[in-house]
Design a protein around this ligand. Sequence first.
Ligand code: NAP
Length: 248
Amino acid sequence: MGLLSGKVALITGGSRGIGAAIVRRFAGEGAAVAFTYLSSPDKAEALADELRATGANVRAYRSDAASFQEAETLIQTVLTDFERIDILINNAGVTRDNLMLRMSEEQWDEVLRIDLKSVFNLTKHALKPMIRNRGGSIINISSVVGVFGNAGQANYSAAKAGILGFTKSVAKEIGSRNVRCNAIAPGFIETDMTHALSDDNKEQFLAGIPLKRLGQADEVADVCVFLGSDLSAYVTGQTLSVCGGLNT
Ligand code: NAP
């Protein structure tokens, strides 16, 4: 018996990076897993095939998390395929970094749509089925920069800070229905998103990290297992930082 046996999880942006690590870890803990991708169909299908070969119940769906309509269709399709959704992980996200003086309206809008509106879109459509099932766990992937800001990321920091306010409000609204809503604030995790950082930048960040290393996607997935499982049955409205102590 895994920690997530009998549960159905929906994870956005599961084709690469942190999302792919969560998909693997959840399947390993016995969850049935539905996950989405947008522009990496080959990676998504390869991951689903790899996990199905181990006997796991995993399916990949192409769905733009920034689209309200596509989110509604996705939730209906996942309910048809899996019958229920116990855990929703809003993980899909992008960066479009620039200093405020140079940031375009497109860079602002794109990050707010993909990183923040997506969380509204999926949560909105998943809530009713969770309430009908008398329980659920929603996990929103924010960032430490949503807590303390970062030069060159005003758009991304605003979206990630927005997720924290959204998480606390939703937790207050639906706690009485046994649906929990928490956020995770990763620090610097080794994925495609952080590979773009220069060595100088990485050195600068490392100096401020008490554990003196970047984090691994698996280490974020571990905390998702905790928040998705019954181990966290009395935890809601919280932000758990997975950052090697960066925010300490
Ligand atoms: P990543 O390696 O760039 O992967 C991003 C994932 O999001 C991909 O699977 C991508 O799918 C998906 N995605 C992007 N736009 C999408 C959309 N509109 N609809 C559906 N899926 C979409 O990023 P990551 O580092 O794993 O980051 C995952 C989450 O953690 C993000 O929310 C990010 O902000 C957050 N985070 C990351 C770090 C870090 O250091 N890496 C730190 C703090 C927070 P396709 O490739 O199929 O398009």
